[in-house]
Unconditional design. Structure first.
Ligand code: FCB
Length: 480
């Protein structure tokens, strides 16, 4: 375990929060008129998730919301980033709003506000109504139009009671893992569909952003959360590897950043993917819509990516098939090898490299200096054990957080306008294809009893928020 500097301090207006997502914590999958989402279908399909786990019960947050918010208050959280399940609001993805669904989020928002915790609401964290997938899903344009209606319903209902509206969480995952590699719902594997999904997700962001603005004006902040990739060449001296970096950067980062922030698609992206699609799904006016002005850009960071241009006979050392860098996710990039990174690793097999956090924040801010940044997810899965004293001494998670939050501090020191940090996650939850096997929470969930137990990292995080100074890894065990 590394002991990192503990002198790092953060200003009073730096926002500390924790994040979750609807399908990962809520449970109550068929309650209150909720319709099925692609994740219900996917997780109930044999072989798609580890141990056949589903989000049917998850952390039972739907029934424990009031206690969970009280726990957030005890933790000292200043903001809570949650997502809204589209099929709770519109069970089939279109038409009138379902009152019971709206009421749940309305109560959540009021509960947060009454505890002085800022609600940061994400409209889409991957639970597409199944009916919309049956009609074609994200590769078809109509899904984006339906998303605009859904956004308008929510903005009208919750309006300025929400501090920040985030349109999408990680459209990279929705497009490339959902329609490219198929390791996420709906599990389709077609590169051209994945690229059409990229555009329709971008369009959904623009349409929803505009609708929210129309309804709430300047009374709430507008944002989107991207999982931007830090991509390193295997051999920085090898031009082919640098070109592989350029190609993956276009697919991973610029395919979202440029339409959203510059109103254009990168020319090299269109060229690289020309064998799969002519991008004729981009219609006149779309880019203008997508470039709706945002107030803050959310960034999720976990680990780095290393690539090499494949050469005949060269050893292929592909990264773990489920890792974010899984090769099969990337359309028209069969000749790029994704390499295993130097360790250490988390229980996801993701490499731990806090320098990537500083590098990412610094490079985004160099390109888009006028846009404030927010770290909307960062955290780690490790194998947690409950000790004889009843505590979970998750030193490795604390150490990960110390390193990465320090890295955020370094970016701030270098002049990057990063305004807050949300730990992923508030509590253990349904980690998508990995089910309940991978635990990211700072609060442990006992999936038998659904009891919540603070891990050492939760006490440590509370101390950080209270003092605004990074506590040492070693101190975590003694905090209570
Ligand atoms: C991100 C997702 C989040 C969680 C973390 C570990 O990609 O947004 O739901 O699964 O990874």
């Amino acid at each position: 375990m590394t002991s990192l500097p503990t002198s790092r301090t953060f200003p009073d207006d730096f926002l500390w929060g924790a994040a979750t997502a609807s399908y990962q914590i809520e449970g109550g999958a068929t309650e209150g008129g909720r319709g099925p989402s692609i994740w219900d279908t996917f997780s109930h399909t044999p072989g798609k998730t580890l141990n056949g786990d589903t989000g049917d019960v998850a952390a039972d947050h739907l029934h424990r919301m009031v206690d969970d918010v009280a726990m957030m208050k005890d933790l000292g959280l200043q903001a809570y980033r949650f997502s809204i399940a589209w099929p709770r609001i519109q069970p089939t993805g279109s038409g009138a709003a379902n009152r019971a669904g709206l009421d749940f989020y309305s109560r959540l928002v009021d509960e947060l506000r009454s505890h002085d915790i800022k609600p940061v609401a994400t409209l889409y964290h991957w639970d597409l109504p199944q009916a919309l997938e049956d009609a074609g899903g994200w590769p078809v344009r109509d899904t984006a139009l339906r998303f605009e209606d859904y956004a308008r319903l929510l903005a009208t209902e919750l309006g300025d009671r929400v501090d920040t509206w985030t349109t999408l969480n990680e459209p990279w995952c929705s497009a490339y893992l959902g329609y490219g590699s198929g390791v996420h719902a709906p599990g389709r594997t077609d590169g051209a569909d994945a690229l059409a999904a990229v555009h329709h997700l971008n369009l959904a962001h623009g349409l929803a952003g505009r609708a929210i603005r129309e309804v709430v004006g300047d009374h709430a902040q507008l944002s989107v959360t991207l999982n931007l990739h830090v991509i390193r060449p295997d051999d920085p001296q090898r031009p082919e590897d640098l070109d592989a970096v350029r190609q993956i950067d276009a697919l991973a980062n610029r395919a979202f950043l440029e339409p959203m922030l510059d109103g254009r698609y990168p020319a090299d992206l269109l060229q690289d993917t020309a064998a799969l699609t002519d991008w004729s799904f981009v219609q006149d006016g779309d880019l203008e819509t997508i470039a709706v002005p945002i107030d803050v850009l959310g960034i999720n960071y976990y680990s780095t990516t290393r690539v090499r241009r494949h050469t005949e006979g060269g050893a292929v050392e592909r990264a773990d098939g489920h890792a974010p860098s899984a090769a099969s996710a990337w359309p028209a990039a069969d000749d790029v090898d994704f390499l295993r990174q130097p360790g250490p690793y988390t229980a996801m097999g993701w490499n731990i490299d806090p320098t990537g956090m500083t590098e990412l924040l610094t490079s985004v801010s160099a390109t888009y200096p006028h846009i404030p940044l927010m770290v909307t997810e960062n955290g780690a899965a490790f194998v947690d054990e409950v000790s004889a004293d009843g505590r979970v001494h998750d030193d490795l998670r604390v150490s990960y957080l110390v390193g990465h939050i320090d890295a955020v501090g370094q970016a701030r020191e270098a002049g990057v306008d990063v305004r807050g940090y949300f730990v992923w996650s508030l509590m253990d939850n349904f980690e998508w294809a990995y089910g309940y096997d991978r635990r990211f929470g700072i609060v442990r969930i006992d999936y038998e009893t659904l009891e919540r137990t603070w891990k050492d990292s939760a006490y440590w995080y509370r101390e950080l928020v209270r003092t605004r100074r990074l506590p040492s890894v070693e101190s975590a065990r003694d905090l209570s």
